[in-house]
Design a protein around this ligand. Sequence first.
Ligand code: HEM
Ligand SMILES: *[C@@H]1O[C@H](CO)[C@@H](O)[C@H](O)[C@H]1NC(C)=O
Ligand SMILES: *[C@@H]1O[C@H](CO)[C@@H](O)[C@H](O)[C@H]1NC(C)=O
Ligand SMILES: *[C@@H]1O[C@H](CO)[C@@H](O)[C@H](O)[C@H]1NC(C)=O
Length: 513
Amino acid sequence: MALPTLPDTARGSIALYTGAVLLLFYFVTSLHRRWSQYRFAKEHGCKPIPAFPIYDPFFALDRLFFMVKAAKARKVLETNALRYTQLGDTFRAQRITTPVIMTREPQNVKTILSLKFHDYSLGDRLKVFGPLLGQGIFTSDGEDWSRSRHMIRPNFVKDQVAHLDIFEELMDDLFALIPTDGSTVDLQDLFFGYTIDSATEFLFGHNVRSLKKRRSGVVDNEPDFPKAFNYSLDNIVMNSRLGALMFLHRDSKAVEANRICHDMVGQFVDKAMRVREKYDEEKAAGETEEGRRYLFLNGLAQQTGDRTRIRDELMNVLLAGRDTTASLLSNMFFMLAKHPEVWAKLQEEVAFLEGRGPTYEELRNLKYVKFCLNESLRLHPVVPLNSRTAIKDTVLPVGGGADGRSPVFVPKGTIVGYSPWAMHRRKDYFGPDAEEFRPDRWADLRPGWEYLPFNGGPRICVGQQYALTEAAYVTTRLAQRYSVLEGRDPGPWEESLTLTLSSYNGTKVSLRH
Ligand code: HEM
Ligand SMILES: *[C@@H]1O[C@H](CO)[C@@H](O)[C@H](O)[C@H]1NC(C)=O
Ligand SMILES: *[C@@H]1O[C@H](CO)[C@@H](O)[C@H](O)[C@H]1NC(C)=O
Ligand SMILES: *[C@@H]1O[C@H](CO)[C@@H](O)[C@H](O)[C@H]1NC(C)=O
Protein backbone atom coordinates (compact mmCIF):
# COMPACT_ATOMS: atom_id res chain seq x y z
CA MET A 1 0.00 0.00 0.00
CA ALA A 2 1.33 3.41 -0.89
CA LEU A 3 0.79 6.39 1.36
CA PRO A 4 -1.03 9.19 -0.34
CA THR A 5 1.44 11.97 -1.05
CA LEU A 6 0.58 15.30 0.44
CA PRO A 7 1.73 18.59 -0.92
CA ASP A 8 4.57 20.13 1.16
CA THR A 9 2.43 22.92 2.46
CA ALA A 10 -0.09 20.44 3.91
CA ARG A 11 2.69 18.40 5.57
CA GLY A 12 4.07 21.56 7.06
CA SER A 13 0.79 22.60 8.54
CA ILE A 14 0.17 19.11 10.03
CA ALA A 15 3.55 19.31 11.79
CA LEU A 16 2.75 22.78 13.02
CA TYR A 17 -0.64 21.65 14.22
CA THR A 18 0.78 18.60 16.09
CA GLY A 19 3.41 20.80 17.66
CA ALA A 20 0.83 23.27 18.82
CA VAL A 21 -1.35 20.53 20.32
CA LEU A 22 1.61 19.02 22.19
CA LEU A 23 2.65 22.41 23.48
CA LEU A 24 -0.86 23.12 24.64
CA PHE A 25 -1.07 19.70 26.29
CA TYR A 26 2.22 20.31 28.11
CA PHE A 27 1.06 23.76 29.13
CA VAL A 28 -2.28 22.54 30.44
CA THR A 29 -0.84 19.59 32.41
CA SER A 30 1.84 21.71 34.04
CA LEU A 31 -0.75 24.36 34.83
CA HIS A 32 -2.97 21.71 36.33
CA ARG A 33 -0.09 20.34 38.36
CA ARG A 34 0.76 23.82 39.60
CA TRP A 35 -2.84 24.38 40.55
CA SER A 36 -3.23 21.14 42.50
CA GLN A 37 0.11 21.75 44.23
CA TYR A 38 -1.04 25.22 45.18
CA ARG A 39 -4.25 23.81 46.63
CA PHE A 40 -2.39 21.02 48.44
CA ALA A 41 0.03 23.54 49.97
CA LYS A 42 -2.81 25.83 50.98
CA GLU A 43 -4.82 23.04 52.57
CA HIS A 44 -1.83 22.18 54.75
CA GLY A 45 -1.21 25.79 55.76
CA CYS A 46 2.22 25.91 54.09
CA LYS A 47 4.16 29.17 54.04
CA PRO A 48 7.24 30.19 52.05
CA ILE A 49 10.76 29.55 53.34
CA PRO A 50 13.97 31.58 53.04
CA ALA A 51 16.02 30.96 49.91
CA PHE A 52 19.75 30.48 49.49
CA PRO A 53 20.69 33.42 47.21
CA ILE A 54 21.27 32.02 43.72
CA TYR A 55 22.18 34.25 40.79
CA ASP A 56 22.18 31.61 38.06
CA PRO A 57 18.51 30.63 37.99
CA PHE A 58 19.03 27.88 35.39
CA PHE A 59 21.77 25.60 36.69
CA ALA A 60 22.68 27.27 39.98
CA LEU A 61 26.31 27.11 38.92
CA ASP A 62 27.23 29.87 41.34
CA ARG A 63 26.13 27.65 44.21
CA LEU A 64 28.20 24.80 42.79
CA PHE A 65 31.21 27.11 42.56
CA PHE A 66 30.63 28.24 46.12
CA MET A 67 30.57 24.63 47.34
CA VAL A 68 33.75 23.72 45.46
CA LYS A 69 35.46 26.68 47.10
CA ALA A 70 34.31 25.54 50.54
CA ALA A 71 35.50 21.99 49.80
CA LYS A 72 38.96 23.26 48.87
CA ALA A 73 39.17 25.12 52.17
CA ARG A 74 37.94 21.96 53.99
CA LYS A 75 35.04 23.97 55.36
CA VAL A 76 32.00 22.42 53.67
CA LEU A 77 30.33 21.63 56.98
CA GLU A 78 31.26 24.86 58.68
CA THR A 79 30.01 26.88 55.70
CA ASN A 80 26.82 24.87 55.58
CA ALA A 81 26.20 25.39 59.29
CA LEU A 82 26.73 29.12 58.89
CA ARG A 83 23.98 29.19 56.25
CA TYR A 84 21.48 27.99 58.81
CA THR A 85 22.51 30.73 61.20
CA GLN A 86 22.09 33.31 58.46
CA LEU A 87 18.95 32.06 56.69
CA GLY A 88 17.08 29.99 59.26
CA ASP A 89 16.86 26.34 60.30
CA THR A 90 15.07 25.40 57.06
CA PHE A 91 15.79 27.01 53.69
CA ARG A 92 15.66 26.21 50.00
CA ALA A 93 18.33 26.01 47.34
CA GLN A 94 18.95 24.26 44.06
CA ARG A 95 21.30 21.49 42.88
CA ILE A 96 21.98 21.97 39.17
CA THR A 97 18.29 21.92 38.17
CA THR A 98 16.81 19.99 41.10
CA PRO A 99 15.03 21.88 43.88
CA VAL A 100 16.55 21.33 47.32
CA ILE A 101 15.30 21.98 50.85
CA MET A 102 17.88 22.00 53.62
CA THR A 103 16.95 21.59 57.27
CA ARG A 104 18.43 21.20 60.74
CA GLU A 105 15.08 21.10 62.47
CA PRO A 106 14.65 17.90 64.56
CA GLN A 107 10.91 17.85 63.90
CA ASN A 108 11.44 17.96 60.14
CA VAL A 109 14.12 15.29 60.25
CA LYS A 110 11.81 13.05 62.26
CA THR A 111 9.12 13.60 59.63
CA ILE A 112 11.37 12.63 56.70
CA LEU A 113 12.87 9.58 58.38
CA SER A 114 9.97 8.27 60.38
CA LEU A 115 6.52 9.89 60.35
CA LYS A 116 6.38 10.21 56.54
CA PHE A 117 8.95 7.55 55.70
CA HIS A 118 6.89 6.38 52.71
CA ASP A 119 6.89 9.81 51.05
CA TYR A 120 10.64 9.60 50.41
CA SER A 121 13.26 7.51 48.61
CA LEU A 122 17.05 7.44 48.65
CA GLY A 123 17.23 9.34 45.35
CA ASP A 124 20.05 8.25 43.05
CA ARG A 125 22.02 6.24 45.62
CA LEU A 126 21.56 2.97 43.72
CA LYS A 127 22.94 4.56 40.57
CA VAL A 128 26.03 5.81 42.34
CA PHE A 129 26.74 2.81 44.59
CA GLY A 130 25.37 0.12 42.28
CA PRO A 131 28.57 -0.83 40.44
CA LEU A 132 30.21 -1.91 43.71
CA LEU A 133 27.25 -2.74 45.93
CA GLY A 134 24.54 -3.98 43.58
CA GLN A 135 21.11 -4.18 45.22
CA GLY A 136 21.26 -4.49 48.97
CA ILE A 137 20.15 -3.06 52.29
CA PHE A 138 22.10 0.16 51.86
CA THR A 139 21.16 0.88 48.25
CA SER A 140 17.55 -0.22 47.80
CA ASP A 141 14.14 1.24 48.55
CA GLY A 142 10.61 0.04 49.16
CA GLU A 143 9.89 -3.70 49.10
CA ASP A 144 13.45 -4.62 48.07
CA TRP A 145 14.86 -2.76 51.03
CA SER A 146 12.32 -4.31 53.38
CA ARG A 147 13.36 -7.81 52.29
CA SER A 148 17.05 -6.98 52.74
CA ARG A 149 16.47 -5.50 56.16
CA HIS A 150 14.64 -8.64 57.31
CA MET A 151 17.49 -10.79 56.14
CA ILE A 152 20.31 -8.70 57.64
CA ARG A 153 18.96 -7.60 60.97
CA PRO A 154 18.73 -10.93 62.81
CA ASN A 155 22.46 -11.44 62.26
CA PHE A 156 23.22 -8.51 64.53
CA VAL A 157 21.43 -9.64 67.64
CA LYS A 158 23.17 -13.02 67.90
CA ASP A 159 25.93 -13.53 70.38
CA GLN A 160 27.44 -10.09 70.98
CA VAL A 161 30.07 -11.60 73.25
CA ALA A 162 31.76 -13.50 70.43
CA HIS A 163 32.78 -10.21 68.83
CA LEU A 164 34.93 -9.33 71.82
CA ASP A 165 37.20 -12.29 71.02
CA ILE A 166 37.75 -10.93 67.53
CA PHE A 167 38.43 -7.43 68.87
CA GLU A 168 40.89 -8.76 71.46
CA GLU A 169 42.85 -10.81 68.94
CA LEU A 170 43.30 -7.74 66.77
CA MET A 171 44.43 -5.60 69.72
CA ASP A 172 47.78 -7.43 69.70
CA ASP A 173 48.36 -6.29 66.13
CA LEU A 174 47.38 -2.75 67.00
CA PHE A 175 49.64 -2.59 70.07
CA ALA A 176 52.53 -3.97 68.05
CA LEU A 177 52.22 -1.14 65.54
CA ILE A 178 52.26 1.64 68.15
CA PRO A 179 55.76 2.88 69.01
CA THR A 180 56.29 3.90 72.64
CA ASP A 181 59.61 5.69 72.23
CA GLY A 182 57.96 9.08 71.86
CA SER A 183 57.79 9.02 68.07
CA THR A 184 54.65 10.07 66.20
CA VAL A 185 52.08 7.56 64.97
CA ASP A 186 48.99 8.14 62.83
CA LEU A 187 46.24 6.32 64.70
CA GLN A 188 43.74 7.01 61.94
CA ASP A 189 45.71 4.88 59.55
CA LEU A 190 45.84 2.05 62.11
CA PHE A 191 42.13 2.31 62.96
CA PHE A 192 41.20 1.88 59.29
CA GLY A 193 43.32 -1.27 59.25
CA TYR A 194 41.76 -2.50 62.49
CA THR A 195 38.19 -2.09 61.27
CA ILE A 196 38.72 -3.69 57.85
CA ASP A 197 40.26 -6.67 59.67
CA SER A 198 37.49 -6.94 62.24
CA ALA A 199 34.70 -6.37 59.71
CA THR A 200 35.96 -9.03 57.30
CA GLU A 201 36.36 -11.47 60.19
CA PHE A 202 32.86 -10.71 61.44
CA LEU A 203 31.20 -10.82 58.01
CA PHE A 204 33.18 -13.44 56.09
CA GLY A 205 34.79 -15.40 58.91
CA HIS A 206 38.08 -14.56 57.21
CA ASN A 207 40.19 -11.63 58.23
CA VAL A 208 42.14 -9.86 55.46
CA ARG A 209 44.96 -9.38 58.02
CA SER A 210 45.93 -5.90 56.91
CA LEU A 211 47.49 -5.08 60.31
CA LYS A 212 49.40 -8.38 60.41
CA LYS A 213 50.78 -7.75 56.94
CA ARG A 214 51.92 -4.34 58.00
CA ARG A 215 53.58 -5.80 61.09
CA SER A 216 55.57 -8.37 59.19
CA GLY A 217 56.13 -6.31 56.07
CA VAL A 218 55.32 -9.47 54.10
CA VAL A 219 53.89 -8.94 50.63
CA ASP A 220 51.87 -11.89 49.35
CA ASN A 221 50.29 -12.56 46.01
CA GLU A 222 46.69 -12.14 47.05
CA PRO A 223 45.06 -9.19 45.30
CA ASP A 224 45.06 -6.34 47.77
CA PHE A 225 41.44 -6.22 48.88
CA PRO A 226 41.71 -3.18 51.18
CA LYS A 227 43.37 -1.24 48.38
CA ALA A 228 40.80 -2.27 45.77
CA PHE A 229 37.94 -1.54 48.15
CA ASN A 230 39.50 1.83 48.87
CA TYR A 231 39.70 2.59 45.17
CA SER A 232 36.09 1.60 44.59
CA LEU A 233 34.99 3.87 47.43
CA ASP A 234 36.93 6.83 46.02
CA ASN A 235 35.16 6.26 42.73
CA ILE A 236 31.79 6.30 44.47
CA VAL A 237 32.66 9.56 46.22
CA MET A 238 33.66 11.06 42.87
CA ASN A 239 30.43 9.97 41.21
CA SER A 240 28.22 11.16 44.04
CA ARG A 241 29.83 14.61 43.76
CA LEU A 242 29.18 14.70 40.03
CA GLY A 243 25.53 13.73 40.46
CA ALA A 244 23.79 14.13 37.10
CA LEU A 245 27.15 14.64 35.39
CA MET A 246 28.34 11.19 36.46
CA PHE A 247 28.36 9.89 32.88
CA LEU A 248 31.33 12.17 32.16
CA HIS A 249 33.51 10.16 34.49
CA ARG A 250 34.41 6.63 33.28
CA ASP A 251 37.24 4.99 35.13
CA SER A 252 38.45 1.58 33.95
CA LYS A 253 40.60 1.14 37.06
CA ALA A 254 37.43 1.39 39.14
CA VAL A 255 35.84 -1.37 37.08
CA GLU A 256 38.87 -3.54 37.85
CA ALA A 257 38.76 -2.62 41.56
CA ASN A 258 35.07 -3.55 41.73
CA ARG A 259 35.89 -6.88 40.11
CA ILE A 260 38.61 -7.64 42.69
CA CYS A 261 36.15 -6.87 45.51
CA HIS A 262 33.42 -9.03 43.99
CA ASP A 263 35.79 -11.97 43.41
CA MET A 264 37.15 -11.84 46.91
CA VAL A 265 33.73 -11.79 48.57
CA GLY A 266 32.48 -14.34 46.02
CA GLN A 267 35.04 -16.86 47.26
CA PHE A 268 33.68 -16.66 50.77
CA VAL A 269 30.16 -16.98 49.55
CA ASP A 270 31.07 -20.17 47.72
CA LYS A 271 32.57 -21.54 50.92
CA ALA A 272 29.43 -20.65 52.84
CA MET A 273 27.27 -22.41 50.27
CA ARG A 274 29.24 -25.58 50.87
CA VAL A 275 28.68 -25.15 54.60
CA ARG A 276 24.98 -24.76 53.86
CA GLU A 277 24.88 -28.02 51.96
CA LYS A 278 26.68 -29.73 54.81
CA TYR A 279 24.32 -28.13 57.29
CA ASP A 280 21.34 -29.54 55.41
CA GLU A 281 22.92 -32.99 55.50
CA GLU A 282 23.69 -32.71 59.20
CA LYS A 283 20.20 -31.60 59.96
CA ALA A 284 18.93 -34.62 58.03
CA ALA A 285 21.28 -36.80 60.08
CA GLY A 286 19.92 -35.31 63.31
CA GLU A 287 23.11 -33.40 64.29
CA THR A 288 22.96 -29.94 65.83
CA GLU A 289 24.63 -26.70 64.98
CA GLU A 290 26.01 -26.23 68.46
CA GLY A 291 29.71 -25.66 68.95
CA ARG A 292 30.18 -24.09 65.56
CA ARG A 293 31.27 -20.47 65.67
CA TYR A 294 28.49 -18.25 64.47
CA LEU A 295 29.19 -16.54 61.19
CA PHE A 296 27.33 -13.66 59.64
CA LEU A 297 27.81 -15.12 56.20
CA ASN A 298 26.50 -18.55 57.19
CA GLY A 299 23.51 -16.81 58.70
CA LEU A 300 22.75 -15.27 55.30
CA ALA A 301 23.46 -18.50 53.43
CA GLN A 302 20.83 -20.24 55.52
CA GLN A 303 18.22 -17.75 54.35
CA THR A 304 18.85 -17.76 50.61
CA GLY A 305 20.72 -19.76 48.02
CA ASP A 306 21.23 -16.79 45.70
CA ARG A 307 24.98 -16.19 45.56
CA THR A 308 24.92 -12.75 43.97
CA ARG A 309 22.34 -11.63 46.46
CA ILE A 310 24.49 -12.73 49.40
CA ARG A 311 27.59 -11.18 47.89
CA ASP A 312 25.87 -7.85 47.38
CA GLU A 313 24.41 -7.78 50.88
CA LEU A 314 27.85 -8.46 52.34
CA MET A 315 29.32 -5.60 50.31
CA ASN A 316 26.55 -3.32 51.53
CA VAL A 317 27.21 -4.10 55.17
CA LEU A 318 30.97 -3.89 54.72
CA LEU A 319 30.66 -0.44 53.20
CA ALA A 320 28.28 0.76 55.91
CA GLY A 321 30.46 -0.66 58.66
CA ARG A 322 34.09 -0.15 57.85
CA ASP A 323 34.96 3.52 57.45
CA THR A 324 32.31 4.60 59.91
CA THR A 325 33.77 3.00 63.02
CA ALA A 326 37.32 3.86 61.98
CA SER A 327 36.31 7.49 61.48
CA LEU A 328 34.64 7.63 64.88
CA LEU A 329 37.79 6.37 66.60
CA SER A 330 40.03 8.71 64.60
CA ASN A 331 37.94 11.78 65.32
CA MET A 332 37.59 10.93 68.98
CA PHE A 333 41.30 10.27 69.53
CA PHE A 334 42.15 13.52 67.76
CA MET A 335 40.11 15.34 70.40
CA LEU A 336 41.27 13.13 73.30
CA ALA A 337 44.85 13.99 72.41
CA LYS A 338 43.99 17.67 72.86
CA HIS A 339 42.26 17.05 76.20
CA PRO A 340 44.62 15.30 78.65
CA GLU A 341 42.10 15.77 81.47
CA VAL A 342 39.59 13.61 79.57
CA TRP A 343 42.20 10.95 78.90
CA ALA A 344 43.01 10.91 82.63
CA LYS A 345 39.34 10.40 83.52
CA LEU A 346 39.06 7.55 81.04
CA GLN A 347 42.02 5.87 82.68
CA GLU A 348 40.49 6.23 86.09
CA GLU A 349 37.32 4.57 84.88
CA VAL A 350 39.02 1.51 83.40
CA ALA A 351 41.58 1.06 86.20
CA PHE A 352 39.45 -1.54 88.04
CA LEU A 353 40.03 -3.99 85.17
CA GLU A 354 43.72 -4.17 86.14
CA GLY A 355 44.86 -4.48 82.59
CA ARG A 356 42.63 -7.32 81.35
CA GLY A 357 40.05 -6.97 78.60
CA PRO A 358 36.51 -6.10 79.78
CA THR A 359 33.59 -8.52 79.47
CA TYR A 360 30.56 -7.50 77.50
CA GLU A 361 28.72 -6.61 80.72
CA GLU A 362 31.62 -4.54 82.06
CA LEU A 363 31.91 -2.71 78.78
CA ARG A 364 28.26 -1.74 78.89
CA ASN A 365 28.79 -0.12 82.27
CA LEU A 366 31.71 2.11 81.30
CA LYS A 367 29.83 5.37 81.49
CA TYR A 368 32.61 7.80 80.76
CA VAL A 369 33.75 5.85 77.72
CA LYS A 370 30.21 6.26 76.40
CA PHE A 371 30.21 9.98 77.19
CA CYS A 372 33.31 10.33 75.04
CA LEU A 373 31.88 8.32 72.15
CA ASN A 374 28.62 10.27 72.27
CA GLU A 375 30.46 13.56 72.41
CA SER A 376 32.68 12.68 69.45
CA LEU A 377 29.64 11.63 67.40
CA ARG A 378 27.93 14.87 68.36
CA LEU A 379 30.77 17.21 67.42
CA HIS A 380 32.02 15.18 64.44
CA PRO A 381 29.15 12.99 63.29
CA VAL A 382 30.58 10.37 60.95
CA VAL A 383 27.64 10.84 58.57
CA PRO A 384 27.38 14.64 58.79
CA LEU A 385 25.04 15.28 55.86
CA ASN A 386 22.33 13.12 54.40
CA SER A 387 19.28 13.46 52.19
CA ARG A 388 16.09 11.91 50.90
CA THR A 389 14.09 12.63 47.75
CA ALA A 390 10.33 13.25 47.90
CA ILE A 391 8.46 10.72 45.74
CA LYS A 392 5.15 12.54 46.12
CA ASP A 393 4.00 16.03 47.05
CA THR A 394 4.37 16.24 50.81
CA VAL A 395 4.77 18.57 53.77
CA LEU A 396 7.34 19.32 56.46
CA PRO A 397 5.83 20.46 59.77
CA VAL A 398 8.02 23.54 60.44
CA GLY A 399 10.22 26.14 58.78
CA GLY A 400 7.65 28.21 56.85
CA GLY A 401 6.51 31.80 57.42
CA ALA A 402 8.30 34.72 59.01
CA ASP A 403 8.62 32.95 62.39
CA GLY A 404 9.52 29.58 60.81
CA ARG A 405 6.71 27.81 62.68
CA SER A 406 4.43 27.05 59.70
CA PRO A 407 4.50 23.91 57.54
CA VAL A 408 6.55 23.80 54.34
CA PHE A 409 5.40 22.43 51.00
CA VAL A 410 7.73 19.82 49.44
CA PRO A 411 6.95 19.19 45.76
CA LYS A 412 7.57 15.70 44.40
CA GLY A 413 11.18 15.34 43.21
CA THR A 414 12.64 17.75 45.78
CA ILE A 415 15.83 16.66 47.54
CA VAL A 416 15.44 17.23 51.28
CA GLY A 417 18.89 17.49 52.83
CA TYR A 418 19.45 17.36 56.57
CA SER A 419 22.56 18.04 58.51
CA PRO A 420 23.34 16.19 61.74
CA TRP A 421 26.54 18.29 61.88
CA ALA A 422 24.62 21.57 62.02
CA MET A 423 21.86 20.15 64.22
CA HIS A 424 24.39 18.83 66.77
CA ARG A 425 25.81 22.33 67.11
CA ARG A 426 22.58 24.12 67.82
CA LYS A 427 23.09 26.24 70.90
CA ASP A 428 19.40 26.15 71.77
CA TYR A 429 19.69 22.38 72.29
CA PHE A 430 23.27 21.85 73.43
CA GLY A 431 24.12 25.09 75.18
CA PRO A 432 26.41 28.04 74.43
CA ASP A 433 29.47 25.77 74.44
CA ALA A 434 27.98 23.51 71.74
CA GLU A 435 31.12 23.88 69.60
CA GLU A 436 33.35 22.50 72.32
CA PHE A 437 34.41 18.92 73.05
CA ARG A 438 33.14 18.32 76.57
CA PRO A 439 32.14 14.69 77.30
CA ASP A 440 30.87 15.63 80.77
CA ARG A 441 27.86 17.36 79.24
CA TRP A 442 26.38 13.86 78.72
CA ALA A 443 25.88 13.48 82.46
CA ASP A 444 22.56 15.25 82.05
CA LEU A 445 21.78 15.24 78.33
CA ARG A 446 18.86 13.13 77.12
CA PRO A 447 18.45 14.30 73.53
CA GLY A 448 15.67 13.38 71.11
CA TRP A 449 15.86 13.76 67.32
CA GLU A 450 18.31 16.68 67.64
CA TYR A 451 21.07 14.08 68.22
CA LEU A 452 21.20 11.71 65.27
CA PRO A 453 24.56 10.05 64.59
CA PHE A 454 22.98 6.72 63.62
CA ASN A 455 19.89 8.02 61.86
CA GLY A 456 16.37 7.19 63.08
CA GLY A 457 13.14 5.56 62.00
CA PRO A 458 12.87 2.31 60.00
CA ARG A 459 16.31 2.80 58.42
CA ILE A 460 18.20 3.39 61.66
CA CYS A 461 21.73 1.97 61.53
CA VAL A 462 21.59 -1.79 62.10
CA GLY A 463 25.22 -1.84 63.22
CA GLN A 464 24.91 0.72 66.00
CA GLN A 465 25.49 -1.67 68.90
CA TYR A 466 28.23 -3.47 67.06
CA ALA A 467 30.01 -0.19 66.27
CA LEU A 468 29.71 1.21 69.78
CA THR A 469 30.95 -2.06 71.25
CA GLU A 470 33.95 -2.13 68.96
CA ALA A 471 34.83 1.53 69.56
CA ALA A 472 34.39 1.19 73.33
CA TYR A 473 36.55 -1.93 73.39
CA VAL A 474 39.43 -0.33 71.49
CA THR A 475 39.22 2.83 73.59
CA THR A 476 39.26 0.86 76.84
CA ARG A 477 42.23 -1.25 75.83
CA LEU A 478 44.25 1.77 74.70
CA ALA A 479 43.42 3.75 77.85
CA GLN A 480 44.57 0.83 80.00
CA ARG A 481 47.86 0.50 78.24
CA TYR A 482 49.11 4.03 77.65
CA SER A 483 49.22 6.60 80.42
CA VAL A 484 50.24 9.38 78.04
CA LEU A 485 48.38 10.39 74.90
CA GLU A 486 49.95 13.44 73.34
CA GLY A 487 48.69 15.30 70.26
CA ARG A 488 51.34 15.89 67.61
CA ASP A 489 49.11 17.97 65.45
CA PRO A 490 49.43 21.66 66.29
CA GLY A 491 46.34 22.75 64.35
CA PRO A 492 42.64 22.30 65.00
CA TRP A 493 40.60 19.38 63.67
CA GLU A 494 39.83 19.81 59.96
CA GLU A 495 37.28 17.96 57.89
CA SER A 496 38.01 15.23 55.41
CA LEU A 497 34.67 14.59 53.82
CA THR A 498 34.51 11.40 51.76
CA LEU A 499 31.78 8.83 52.37
CA THR A 500 32.34 9.45 56.04
CA LEU A 501 33.75 12.33 58.01
CA SER A 502 37.27 11.95 59.35
CA SER A 503 40.21 14.15 60.26
CA TYR A 504 42.01 15.68 57.29
CA ASN A 505 45.40 15.45 58.94
CA GLY A 506 44.86 11.97 60.34
CA THR A 507 45.28 11.37 64.06
CA LYS A 508 48.95 12.13 64.74
CA VAL A 509 49.79 11.33 68.34
CA SER A 510 52.44 9.92 70.58
CA LEU A 511 51.56 7.23 73.13
CA ARG A 512 53.66 6.16 76.10
CA HIS A 513 53.29 3.58 78.87
C1 HEM B 1 30.21 4.84 64.31
C2 HEM B 1 29.77 3.95 63.48
C3 HEM B 1 28.54 4.09 62.61
C4 HEM B 1 27.77 5.18 62.32
C5 HEM B 1 27.94 6.61 62.84
C6 HEM B 1 26.72 4.73 61.43
C7 HEM B 1 25.73 5.56 60.92
C8 HEM B 1 24.74 5.14 60.05
C9 HEM B 1 23.76 6.01 59.45
C10 HEM B 1 23.66 7.51 59.68
C11 HEM B 1 22.97 5.25 58.66
C12 HEM B 1 21.79 5.72 57.82
C13 HEM B 1 22.17 5.94 56.39
C14 HEM B 1 20.95 6.33 55.58
O1 HEM B 1 19.90 5.73 55.73
O2 HEM B 1 21.05 7.26 54.76
C15 HEM B 1 23.45 3.89 58.77
C16 HEM B 1 22.90 2.82 58.11
C17 HEM B 1 23.43 1.55 58.14
N1 HEM B 1 24.49 1.10 58.92
FE1 HEM B 1 25.60 2.23 60.14
N2 HEM B 1 26.88 3.41 61.20
C18 HEM B 1 27.97 2.96 61.90
C19 HEM B 1 28.48 1.70 61.93
C20 HEM B 1 27.93 0.61 61.31
C21 HEM B 1 28.45 -0.73 61.38
C22 HEM B 1 29.67 -1.16 62.19
C23 HEM B 1 27.66 -1.50 60.58
C24 HEM B 1 27.76 -2.95 60.27
C25 HEM B 1 28.69 -3.79 60.67
C26 HEM B 1 26.65 -0.63 60.03
C27 HEM B 1 25.65 -1.05 59.17
C28 HEM B 1 24.68 -0.22 58.63
C29 HEM B 1 23.71 -0.66 57.63
C30 HEM B 1 23.60 -2.06 57.03
C31 HEM B 1 22.91 0.45 57.33
C32 HEM B 1 21.74 0.52 56.34
C33 HEM B 1 20.46 0.33 57.11
C34 HEM B 1 19.22 0.50 56.25
O3 HEM B 1 19.23 1.30 55.31
O4 HEM B 1 18.22 -0.19 56.55
N3 HEM B 1 26.83 0.63 60.50
N4 HEM B 1 24.53 3.85 59.62
C1 LIG C 1 42.89 4.71 50.76
O1 LIG C 1 42.73 5.96 50.10
C2 LIG C 1 43.19 7.08 50.80
C3 LIG C 1 42.97 8.31 49.96
O2 LIG C 1 41.83 8.23 49.22
C4 LIG C 1 44.68 6.91 51.13
O3 LIG C 1 45.10 7.99 51.93
C5 LIG C 1 44.91 5.60 51.86
O4 LIG C 1 46.28 5.41 52.10
C6 LIG C 1 44.36 4.45 51.07
N1 LIG C 1 44.50 3.18 51.79
C7 LIG C 1 44.91 2.05 51.21
C8 LIG C 1 44.94 0.82 52.04
O5 LIG C 1 45.24 2.01 50.04
C1 LIG D 1 24.42 8.52 74.21
O1 LIG D 1 23.45 8.94 73.26
C2 LIG D 1 22.32 8.11 73.18
C3 LIG D 1 21.47 8.59 72.02
O2 LIG D 1 20.89 9.81 72.25
C4 LIG D 1 21.57 8.11 74.48
O3 LIG D 1 20.43 7.27 74.42
C5 LIG D 1 22.50 7.61 75.56
O4 LIG D 1 21.88 7.70 76.80
C6 LIG D 1 23.78 8.42 75.58
N1 LIG D 1 24.71 7.79 76.48
C7 LIG D 1 25.20 8.39 77.54
C8 LIG D 1 26.09 7.59 78.40
O5 LIG D 1 24.93 9.54 77.82
C1 LIG E 1 49.35 18.13 60.13
O1 LIG E 1 50.32 17.30 60.73
C2 LIG E 1 51.67 17.71 60.61
C3 LIG E 1 52.52 16.76 61.42
O2 LIG E 1 52.53 15.50 60.89
C4 LIG E 1 51.87 19.11 61.13
O3 LIG E 1 53.18 19.53 60.85
C5 LIG E 1 50.87 20.05 60.47
O4 LIG E 1 50.99 21.34 61.03
C6 LIG E 1 49.46 19.54 60.66
N1 LIG E 1 48.49 20.42 60.04
C7 LIG E 1 47.62 21.11 60.74
C8 LIG E 1 46.67 21.94 59.95
O5 LIG E 1 47.58 21.07 61.93
